[in-house]
Design a binder for this molecule. Structure first.
Ligand SMILES: C[S@@+](CC[C@H](N)C(=O)[O-])C[C@H]1O[C@@H](n2cnc3c(N)ncnc32)[C@H](O)[C@@H]1O
Length: 288
């Protein structure tokens, strides 16, 4: 046993935990001795919003008997977020046993030209956030994520048809900044109901700035989507921040849930035999 694991074991005892937390705080304790989930709840995993959403996706997938789940990033730019996603996929698979299919979407050439006030031309210009050479990013991704190059409005249909009940969509990051790209990405929610988890964690990057409003950008796209497709609405994640260490973390306001209301699991109760009551209660407790 090395010194570090002995120290960790001591910190994990009730006494060690109590003393350390009293002296240095709960986050400090979680950083040194916490489990992956404790670190996640304390905002200690890099890109907390993706860590939270992908963990939700894996837990939800497992609850519904799936061993794999799909996570998408719309708007990749140079790939920092997509690379984070592949790293998180490995960590979360180790924690839950659920595998990830990770897919990124981008023009490759940066933002398309804004087509009106809804695209926030006061903030963004055509070509912002260009990726550079997509093959360079593909090499960095080393086969751990798929990269779909092209305007999302042209690529989303074919992608949606690849979603399966064995690896349903469970987490979506919309980081395209503008209305038109968001409208296109949300078309990905309109496939066969079993291609999705009954509830999909969403991160929307541009909903909480001074210029954000329901007549423009991502918020407008979501409102229009909800009006057009009432069986597939997207609403703010009501479970945040309850019980979490950082009650005022900025990113909570950017977390949403896509509800697949026509999913069979949202319309017919499962046989209790397919899931023990204990596992059911554990999942329900985590959802709070
Ligand atoms: C802010 S950047 C993404 C940043 C990235 N997620 C990260 O974490 O590093 C926004 C990206 O959205 C992409 N984008 C916007 N609209 C798009 C569309 N209609 N089709 C494809 N990509 C789009 C742009 O090319 C740009 O690279």
């Amino acid at each position: 046993m090395n010194t570090q694991s002995l120290a960790t074991r001591i910190l994990r005892t009730r006494f060690g935990k109590r003393v350390w937390r009293k002296l240095f705080g709960a986050q400090s304790w979680a950083k040194r001795a916490g489990t992956f989930r404790e670190k996640e709840a304390h905002g200690l995993i890099q890109r907390s919003n993706y860590a939270y959403g992908m963990l939700r996706a894996a837990d939800t997938a497992k609850f519904f008997g799936k061993s794999a789940v799909t996570a998408c990033e719309f708007g990749v730019a140079t790939g920092m977020g997509l690379i984070n996603m592949t790293q998180l996929a490995e960590l979360i698979e180790a924690e839950t046993g659920v595998k990830f299919r990770v897919v990124g979407f981008d023009t490759g050439a940066g933002l398309p030209a804004p087509s009106g006030y809804k695209d926030h031309p006061e903030l963004w210009s055509s070509g912002d956030f260009s990726m550079g050479d997509p093959d360079l990013l593909r090499r960095r991704l080393a086969g751990k994520a798929e990269l779909v190059i092209g305007d999302i409005k042209d690529t989303i249909g074919a992608f949606t048809r690849t979603l399966t009940t064995d690896c349903p969509l469970g987490f979506v990051s919309i980081d395209v900044d503008i209305y038109s790209g968001t409208v296109a990405a949300l078309q990905g929610l309109l496939g066969q109901c079993e291609a999705y988890l009954p509830a999909i964690s969403f991160y929307l990057d541009d909903v909480a700035s001074y210029f954000s409003n329901e007549a423009c950008g991502e918020l407008c796209a979501v409102d229009e989507h909800n009006a057009a497709y009432p069986q597939r609405p997207i609403y703010s994640d009501k479970s945040l921040p309850r019980g979490r260490f950082e009650p005022f973390a900025d990113w909570y306001r950017s977390m949403y849930v896509g509800h697949i209301l026509d999913h069979p699991y949202r319309n017919h109760a499962r046989e209790r035999g397919s899931l023990s009551l204990q596992d059911h209660l554990k999942f329900m407790a985590a959802l709070r």
